[in-house]
Write a protein that binds this ligand. Structure first.
Ligand SMILES: [Zn+2]
Ligand SMILES: [Zn+2]
Length: 387
């Protein structure tokens, strides 16, 4: 029976193919996509189900099929190698750079491209693993001499970002820099202690950190964009290895930690409101710590924490309002009706400035109180770091 298929071949090329049986279909695919006879072809459905001769007979008209050579090249690996290399060669091997770009115009499965990339992978390995100032003078140009290794520089970069979030919270919660034992200063102190314990999450950028949980890059230092705040992954090819070249190190400073629940628009106003409400000592500071400082990934999620930071390439950094709220039931440690040891006739007093009226207990509208607009874009605030 003659059927029509929508076929997506190597290099994302699409076409329609009409065939009455499996053999004919393969033959037409070979011709269309210029696949040689010795290349075994793999046919799959959209969801990666493999289609064999038997299955093929059951396919209906207009089924979408994906065609690849059955020894598929590991795409991620491929891109990793390439990305590392491109960054490494930007300021070092300009001729090679243009050759690669030329090669990339070829279908991704072309043999020359593969060979070249293999060569490149070897070439990159020459500069990326270098660690110290003595080994890679160029990389350290312009940096404080106190940094002896690339890892130290990158740890400092992560530290600086975390520190700026803490500083931001501090400026908002304690505008008059008053310390003392107000709930606000207790909160800041809590964050600070927790940050000290986690070494300000400096390991996020440290390729020598031991576990995947500590670092966001591969052991060779390659970072991948984690995609816009509202998507599971990046749809672009956003990779960078700041360890590979000075150029890449500088470009990496434009990569942002994006707070999924926004820092200025949502987290800090919410925290402020909770702390100046009737139950400041029940505020779930662990939750707010996670929102401000913790990376969002499957590991942190599995541990029941509330990681909220995504590392993103500038193109995946959405500047519009995220419309993500804090989870109301997590803002306070318990849903206890006590008002911090005081009875319901609690007088807000000087600490309760933010509160309009002495309360009936906080209700749902309190928790979801709308965010204060700050007009500014969020994560660009204080991400500034030259590394
Ligand atoms: Zn991206
Ligand atoms: Zn953002």
């Amino acid at each position: 029976m003659l059927r029509h298929f929508v076929v997506c071949g190597p290099a994302q090329r699409k076409c329609g193919i009409v065939a009455s049986n499996y053999e004919e279909f393969l033959k037409k695919c070979r011709k269309k996509f210029e696949l040689k006879k010795h290349n075994k072809i793999l046919i799959t459905l959209d969801d990666e189900t493999e289609v064999d001769e038997e299955y093929f007979e059951y396919l209906v008209d207009d089924t979408k099929l994906l065609i690849s050579r059955s020894k598929t090249i590991e795409t991620t690996d491929y891109i990793h190698q390439l990305a590392s290399f491109l960054h490494a060669c930007l300021d070092r091997q300009p001729q090679l750079h243009s050759k690669v770009m030329g090669c990339l115009q070829e279908p991704v499965t072309s043999r020359q491209a593969v060979t070249l990339l293999e060569l490149i992978a070897k070439a990159t390995q020459a500069s990326t693993p270098l660690m110290s100032r003595e080994e890679d003078v160029e990389w350290f140009k312009g940096l404080d001499t106190k940094f002896k290794t690339k890892e130290a520089v990158m740890r400092n970069s992560a530290f600086t970002r975390m520190y700026s979030y803490l500083d931001h919270a501090k400026r908002e919660l304690l505008p008059d820099k008053m310390l003392g034992d107000s709930p606000q200063s207790k909160a800041i102190l809590f964050f600070k202690e927790k940050l000290v314990k986690s070494k300000y999450n400096a390991s996020y950028f440290d390729r020598s950190a031991l576990s995947d949980e500590e670092r966001l890059c591969g052991p060779e230092g390659l970072f991948g964009c984690e995609g816009p705040f509202d998507q599971h992954k990046c749809s672009g090819i956003h990779f960078i290895n700041p360890y590979a070249s000075r150029e890449a190190r500088i470009v990496f400073s434009t990569w942002n930690f994006d707070h999924v629940i926004e820092k200025s628009r949502t987290i800090i106003p919410e925290l402020k409101a909770a702390l100046s409400g009737p139950r400041p000592s029940s505020v779930n500071l662990h939750y707010f710590y996670d929102l401000l400082f913790l990376h969002k990934n499957s590991l942190t999620a599995a541990k029941n924490t509330n990681g909220n930071l995504k590392l993103v390439h500038i193109a995946c950094h959405v500047k519009k309002q995220h419309q993500c709220e804090c989870e109301p039931e997590k803002i306070f440690l318990d849903r206890h009706d006590d008002v911090d040891g005081l009875c319901a006739q609690y007088d807000p007093g000087p600490r309760g400035r933010g509160l309009k009226r002495p309360q009936p207990l906080p209700d749902a509208s309190y928790y979801t109180r709308s965010k204060r607009m700050q007009g500014s874009t969020d994560c660009c605030v204080g991400n500034g770091s030259n590394v």
